[in-house]
Design a protein around this ligand. Structure first.
Ligand SMILES: O=C(O)CCC(=O)C(=O)O
Length: 284
């Protein structure tokens, strides 16, 4: 892959309007919004190639079990195959990879894109840390679902998280009901921390009427944004194509004592880790 700087992504020199007043209001009052067409066709194409690279990596026979179990606290390549499934067909159960920006320049470029500063500044400022950097695959036939949950961040490290944290999901493929798009429950963030076990089926339903949930029918390049308290989930992909998405969770730096820096006063901060991941780093 050719290394690209932000300017090569043809960002206009003047300030970008990535989020409207209405979207800001929706985010605050409904707990979510969708910013359309933040990332362009070239960026999405680059991301799709990068997803392919991670699929190739995940299929490698010599991959250290450390990466499959996420023991490094960094890169975690998570295949959730049913018991008894061995060999190459396990790849359809590739659920997610955490911190892909540590090993692939495309994920790093997008994570550090000036577009995120424009998108997030009106909500949480331009000095931002990051708590999650993850790609989800939703492979066809993988039967991967995400039961209703909130993305609660640890306290006291995170302060006033409902106002200071924004979960972002870039749609890398169009998201439809058929391919298992994200669903959110509008205004559920107002219920606060429901203290349920993440992904434990049936627990959220004891607190929230999930029949009011709405599908986030995002087009490739759109960014779905929601609060850490917003109840969300998704069903399996019923189509023959993956539904890929790139998740980055950002927090106002002054409201958080943990995480990795993403932007300092609007300037991108490169990602670092104690390990170099040389054995799995993508050659650029
Ligand atoms: O986009 C989806 O299908 C749900 C993702 C999600 O909620 C998660 O990764 O925890």
């Amino acid at each position: 892959m050719v290394d690209k700087t932000h300017s090569q992504y043809n960002l206009p020199k003047k300030t970008l309007i990535m989020i409207t007043e209405t979207q800001i209001q929706d985010f605050r009052s409904l707990g979510y919004t969708i910013a359309p067409q933040v990332f362009n066709a070239e960026e999405i194409s680059d991301l799709r190639h990068a997803f392919d690279d991670i699929v190739t990596l995940a299929a490698r026979e010599d991959l250290s079990p450390d990466y499959r179990q996420g023991v490094s606290g960094g890169v975690h390549i998570h295949i959730q195959a049913p018991k008894g499934i061995e060999g190459p067909s396990r790849i359809q159960y590739l659920r997610k990879t955490q911190w892909p920006a540590l090993i692939h320049p495309t994920f790093e470029h997008i994570r550090n894109s000036a577009k995120f500063v424009e998108l997030l500044s009106p909500l949480i400022g331009n000095s931002l840390k990051q708590f999650i950097n993850q790609i989800n695959f939703k492979m066809p036939g993988g039967n991967i679902e995400f039961p209703w949950h909130q993305d609660i961040r640890p306290t006291p490290a995170f302060r006033d998280q409902v106002n200071n944290y924004v979960q972002t999901i870039i749609a890398v493929d169009d998201a439809t009901e058929e391919n298992g798009c994200l669903w959110v429950v509008p205004e559920s963030h107002k219920a606060g921390n429901l203290k349920t076990k993440r992904y434990a089926k049936g627990q959220i339903e004891e607190h929230i009427d999930v029949s009011t949930a709405v599908p986030c029918l995002a087009k490739a390049g759109d960014v779905v944004m929601f609060t850490s308290y917003t109840v969300h989930g998704s069903k399996p992909n019923q189509t023959e194509q993956p539904r890929r998405s790139y998740i980055n969770g950002f927090v106002k730096a002054s409201a958080c004592d943990v995480g990795k820096w993403a932007f300092l006063n609007g300037v991108a901060v490169p990602i670092t880790h104690d390990r170099d991941f040389a054995d799995i780093r993508h050659a650029s």
